[in-house]
Design a protein around this ligand. Structure first.
Ligand code: NAP
Ligand code: 8YV
Length: 314
């Protein structure tokens, strides 16, 4: 019988995933070490697997500290914090958790769009604070039938587009290449898409290739009647430019699930009622997180039984 694989766990995970991992593998939690660097220097050579999450990742230094590492299993679909080049150079396979979260992330994108435009959260605050007793709440903006620009028509982008079709929205998208099997119109220029759109929903991959893709020029093209929704990564948007555009009314509003320096949110945004702020919860439902956890386990089982992970990054 082959020995139980030794896994290093980087960062905390869903409690039920931690329990399931510990039942099947020999798991050590790096977060429990008082001196992680000293621990890695002394014990790093014993681990063949690393379990991490989208928000924690695995950088080149950690990968280098695990000389016998063969597999990295990440909880989450975004791998912008996993150094894929360092993994590839070491012949290390990487897995993530695509598709099982498409529905919940798309649902939340629609929720943010409705909330930002109709002022659901802001109106709720208004009622609680007694504002309704003094005056009527200001009018919001229509969502149904309006123009939606989607930045990134991957697995989640398409799922958002399908939902927006149910709201009779006119849909176009921006990605580096047109997507073959869809009827929605591809817009090669992001600025042109922003100029056309009433709502711009950002759902591209994060990382160096998309850093500040949405900059002041794109925000100005979206304009004073346009809404920005970000369920991708904070790094995709120039946050300082976004704060300035919102403060000056150069865009109408925003719905943000992600930020550049999570969990820190620019405090200027706390003052603005036309911005909905969420703590990175787009995939955060009991059902979806359970499915993500199961996929982490399935990837590890597949790797240790057949030598291949099931769902590597796209
Ligand atoms: P995906 O299927 O890989 O789709 C990514 C899309 O981004 C593709 O359409 C790709 O098209 C486009 N893209 C990549 N680089 C681009 C660039 N430089 N310019 C324009 N478009 C670019 O990924 P997914 O599964 O839909 O997930 C998308 C991202 O959502 C994840 O990477 C993750 O960061 C984020 N996410 C966030 C949450 C949350 O909790 N808020 C949850 C899940 C996922 P081309 O390659 O043709 O350009
Ligand atoms: C994760 C995410 O839930 O999948 C991703 O890329 O951003 C979220 O779904 C979260 O980061 C957990 O680590």
């Amino acid at each position: 019988m082959s020995p139980t694989p030794r896994l290093l766990q980087h960062g905390r995970l869903l409690p039920e995933l931690e329990t399931a991992l510990a039942a099947e593998f020999d798991v050590h939690r790096l977060a429990e070490e008082a001196d992680p660097a000293a621990f890695l220097a002394a014990q790093g050579q014993h681990f063949t697997g690393l379990v991490t999450s989208a928000g924690v990742g695995a950088d080149a230094a950690l990968i280098a500290a695990l000389p016998r590492l063969q597999v990295i299993a990440s909880f989450g679909v975004g791998v912008d914090l996993v150094d894929l080049d360092a993994a590839a150079a070491g012949g290390i396979q990487v897995s993530c958790t695509p598709d099982v979260l498409n529905d919940c992330v798309a649902d939340l994108a629609m929720g943010l769009m409705l909330d930002a435009a109709r002022g659901i959260s802001a109106a709720d605050r208004y009622v609680r604070q007694g504002g309704w007793l003094k005056a009527r709440y200001p009018l919001g903006h229509r969502v149904s039938g309006r123009r939606l620009g989607i930045v990134g028509l991957g697995r989640i982008g398409r799922t958002i587009a399908r939902r927006a079709g149910g709201f009779d929205m006119d849909i176009r998208y921006h990605a580096r290449r047109p997507v073959a099997d869809v009827a929605w119109r591809h817009e090669p220029e992001l600025v042109a898409l922003a100029e056309w759109a009433d709502f711009l929903v950002v759902i591209v991959a994060g990382g160096a290739g998309t850093r500040h893709l949405v900059d002041a020029r794109v925000l100005d093209a979206l304009g004073p009647e346009g809404f920005l929704i970000n369920v991708a990564r904070g790094s995709v948007i120039d946050e300082a430019a976004l704060v300035a555009a919102l403060q000056a009314g150069r865009i109408a509003g925003a719905g943000l699930d992600v930020f550049e320096a999570e969990p820190h949110v620019p405090p200027e945004l706390f003052e603005l009622d036309n911005v909905v702020l969420l703590p990175h919860i787009a995939s955060g439902t009991v059902q979806t997180r359970r499915a993500m956890a199961e996929l982490v386990l399935e990837n590890l089982r597949a790797f240790y039984s057949d030598g291949r992970v099931l769902t590597p990054p796209a």
